[in-house]
Design a binder for this molecule. Structure first.
Ligand SMILES: C[S@@+](CC[C@H](N)C(=O)[O-])C[C@H]1O[C@@H](n2cnc3c(N)ncnc32)[C@H](O)[C@@H]1O
Length: 271
């Protein structure tokens, strides 16, 4: 299928005008693939046809947004990254808190999908701190643009496949199993605040010790990646950390902002 550019622009502008959703944040090739999925579903050939479909069936917007925001995720996705986070990064964060006599820990999971990422962070913290967790005021912000995913996160009930990478002792300790469903316990749930937030249009969260933004930037244009990384720089406290996905990294324009803490795991530290 070939795409006529004026039609593509027309569609992108329509979505922005009518739903305030700025598709231009995503790489064009990625966006065209996602639009293509919807065109095939409707058995139509052009973006102009799809504009008419959106006019006639406004509920199609939900399907489209569902297709654009790929929500694939898992608990402890990339186990080595979580291992480094748990064994190396967290002890440094906690030592810094001790030094500054602060008990406030603020973490942002940006593009958190259905909550597996912020809950994995919470599980690491809870397991490391034990009963000492009560000495801290911990907030893990889980933000996403997708309501459906956020509601799944708020419900905190997962199938066994989401937990494939999770250590068995963690599952046994912090989940309640009911048949093939696993409900996360309230003590973990209470550490995570799910918030609808569009990182392109809205102000970033502030005063953060850590930002996780994993498997999100790959879908964005270079310009958006650069902008997002500058926002993270502004959001993260001195000596705080940024953890990106396995195939993501700093853009050349952002090289000076962070030090490479562990390049294999894409972990960066603010100077
Ligand atoms: C592939 S998931 C990544 C989930 C998780 N971080 C992980 O690594 O497993 C990407 C998420 O980014 C979210 N997303 C995409 N664009 C966004 C935006 N502009 N603002 C907030 N979230 C966005 C999508 O809705 C989706 O849930």
């Amino acid at each position: 299928m070939t795409f006529a550019e004026p039609d593509f622009d027309l569609l992108v502008r329509k979505i922005l005008r009518e739903r305030g959703f700025d598709c231009r944040q995503y790489r064009e090739s990625y966006l065209k693939r996602r639009f293509g999925v919807r065109l095939r579903a409707w058995k139509i050939a052009t973006f102009t046809d799809y504009v008419s479909i959106l006019d006639q069936h406004p509920e199609e917007y939900n399907k489209l947004f569902d297709d654009i925001t790929i929500n694939v995720t898992q608990f402890f996705r990339d186990i080595t990254a979580y291992d480094t986070f748990d064994k190396t990064v967290l002890p440094l964060v906690l030592a810094a808190k001790k030094k500054t006599q602060s008990n406030i820990i603020r973490i942002w999971s940006c593009g958190c999908s259905s909550g597996e990422e912020p809950y994995s962070i919470a599980l690491c913290l809870a397991d490391r701190l034990g009963t000492k967790i009560n000495n801290y005021s911990i907030t893990i912000f889980g933000s996403d643009i997708d309501d459906l995913s956020l509601n799944r996160g708020r419900a905190g009930i997962y199938g066994a496949a989401s937990l494939e990478n999770a250590p068995a002792d963690i599952v046994a300790k912090y989940f309640v199993q009911d048949g093939n469903k696993f409900a996360i316990k309230d003590e973990i749930k209470s550490l995570v605040k799910f918030i609808k937030h569009d990182f392109i249009r809205e102000e970033p969260f502030k005063n953060l010790d850590l930002v996780f933004c994993r498997n999100v930037m790959i879908y964005l244009t270079r310009e958006m990646q650069t902008r997002l990384l500058v926002n993270f720089y502004k959001s993260i406290n001195a000596k705080g950390f940024l953890i990106l996905g396995k195939v993501e990294g700093l853009m050349s324009a952002n090289e000076g902002l962070f030090e490479r803490f562990n390049i294999t795991e894409r972990i960066y530290q603010k100077g």
